[in-house]
Design a binder for this molecule. Structure first.
Ligand SMILES: Nc1ncnc2c1ncn2[C@@H]1O[C@H](COP(=O)(O)OP(=O)(O)OP(=O)(O)O)[C@@H](O)[C@H]1O
Length: 336
């Protein structure tokens, strides 16, 4: 994996209202700013990088600025200040031609409302992005069939969107985004309109597709369990600002403030935290020939090994002993 980020967002602001640029840099709360200037700071001074191949989740309650943020990335909404560096250049500086090129070839978006064309069949919906890009018909149908197979919709090529369930329509939306083979896939609450079972199925689908095609993804959600399930890293927003950014276990194990603590309070810690969080130094007289596990193993998946071992389990990374875990640490975690 290259270290060069796919996306590097620096000091991004989006202010709605009169003379929005005057609100940039303001330290007033969103409420105060609104009262004094009539402006809403939907996104305030947000910076983050997205690494190649990662699923980067942006999470926050309704109104925290997630949708505005993701729409700023492709300039569906014009940011008020900041930089969005993609492929070595600032998207904010891109002219119309370059922006069109980026949107058609490099970035693809999946929305909550699928945005399918009702009078076109599934195959033509999926091929649509390739069509506006100017691909010849045989080529775009070939590619559309490939991605339909990838999302499990082979056999539905000639159906129309209104003949499909919500979950299947979202698969079409996903296939359409994948068809153009983008460098970055952006998801804005894609599963919010789906019922819980279908939603879970689609989350698993994203995980599977991510393994198969390895795309870099930015995924917006208000649902913590979805964020923890999908995210390699999670950015948590409140009132337009970044509150915490970290891996799922960092967010659950070390919440940055009460807002995040509140969010994660119901999460079963042993399902998210890894051995790194409970390991301790070996005592001088402890035997060090027990089983070996990796520090990134989720505690839940280590329970059996640790509880059935008659000696401390060694936590080892690349041959280096980082610590040990015994039944005591496991039981304490579970009891909490
Ligand atoms: N066009 C607009 N004009 C004025 N204010 C806006 C506009 N769009 C969004 N806002 C405000 O910006 C803030 C952030 O909205 P945004 O939709 O980005 O939040 P969100 O986290 O995506 O919430 P939701 O999940 O409900 O869409 C909100 O206070 C919203 O009212």
């Amino acid at each position: 994996m290259s270290d060069q980020p796919v996306l590097d967002v620096r000091g991004l602001w989006k202010v709605f209202g009169p003379k929005p640029e005057r609100a940039v840099g303001s330290t007033l709360s969103r409420q105060e700013l609104k009262e004094r200037t009539g402006c809403v700071a939907a996104v305030r001074d947000v910076s983050f990088t997205v690494r190649p191949g990662e699923v980067f989740v942006v999470m926050g309650l309704s109104g925290s600025g997630k949708s505005t943020l993701v729409r700023c990335l492709t300039r569906l909404i014009e940011p008020t200040a900041g930089e969005i560096v993609f492929d070595g250049a600032d998207i904010r500086q891109a002219d119309e031609k370059r922006l069109r090129e980026l949107r058609r070839h490099r970035l693809a978006m999946v929305f909550q409302h699928f945005g399918l064309l009702p009078h076109r069949c599934v195959l033509d919906n999926v091929a649509f992005g390739l069509e506006i890009r100017g691909s010849a018909r045989p080529e775009r149908y070939k590619r559309a069939r490939e991605v339909l197979e990838l999302v499990g919709l082979t056999g539905f090529e000639n159906s129309y969107p209104d003949q499909l369930s919500g979950g299947m329509q979202q698969r079409v939306g996903l296939a359409r985004a994948l068809a153009v083979d983008p460098d970055l896939l952006l998801f804005d609450e894609p599963f919010s309109a789906l019922d819980p079972l279908i939603r879970r199925e689609m989350q698993n689908e994203i995980i599977r597709l991510h393994h198969e095609v390895g795309k870099t993804m930015v995924f917006i959600t208000h649902d913590l369990s979805e964020a923890l399930k999908l995210g390699d890293r999670i950015l948590i927003m409140r009132d337009g600002a970044l509150v915490q950014m970290g891996t799922p276990d960092e967010v659950v194990g070390a919440p940055a403030d009460d807002y995040v603590r509140d969010f994660v309070s119901d999460v079963p810690r042993s399902h998210v935290l890894t051995l790194r969080w409970i390991m301790r130094e070996a005592l001088p007289d402890e035997p060090l020939d027990g089983p070996e596990l990796a520090p990134d193993l989720v505690i839940r998946d280590a329970v059996h090994t640790v509880l059935s071992a008659d000696r401390p389990v060694r936590v080892v990374r690349e041959g280096e002993l980082l610590g040990v875990v015994t039944s005591a640490e496991i039981l304490e975690m579970i009891a909490r």
